[in-house]
Design a protein around this ligand. Structure first.
Ligand code: HEC
Length: 111
């Protein structure tokens, strides 16, 4: 089995990256939890992205990646440029399927 896996051409292997690995880098800043977005230092709040619609996330990421990012953009322009469009699509889909925090019972109580 492992010999077979090793025989997969590199070009194919690279299209099957693990999106959860890509997404883990985002969670350094965008907490996995929903609205509970207080940073350790208690300073700036960064918007939670889990559970938002795929289309909305993708539109924002493409806007960040463009050469004319939204006014006020600080870091996401540089971050988004590091990903291919396919990766931005995969990330948007991934985060759209993540549940917002169970620690915020006031929002989205259906389960
Ligand atoms: C270094 C911290 C940091 C990392 C890492 C990071 N972000 Fe962001 N993100 C921000 C900040 C700050 C903003 C607000 C826009 C700005 O200032 O660039 C933001 C805004 C966003 C927004 C718009 C949210 C809104 O409601 O306006 C989305 C979507 C987003 N990021 C997705 C991602 C994804 C996907 C990744 C991983 C590929 C990621 N971010 C990685 C800091 C980060």
């Amino acid at each position: 089995m492992s010999a077979l896996a090793l025989a997969v051409p590199r070009s194919i292997a690279q299209t099957t990256y693990d999106v959860a690995t890509l997404a883990s880098a985002c969670l350094n800043c965008h907490l996995a939890t929903g609205s509970d977005a207080t940073s350790a230092s208690g300073s700036t709040l960064i918007a939670p992205i889990s559970g938002r619609s795929k289309d909305a996330l993708l539109a924002q990421l493409r806007a960040f990646k463009s050469d004319t990012p939204p006014a006020g953009t600080t870091i996401m322009n540089r971050i988004a440029k590091g990903y291919s469009d396919d990766e931005l699509i995969a990330l948007s889909e991934y985060f759209s399927k993540q549940r917002a925090a169970p620690s915020t019972p006031s929002k989205g109580g259906e389960k």
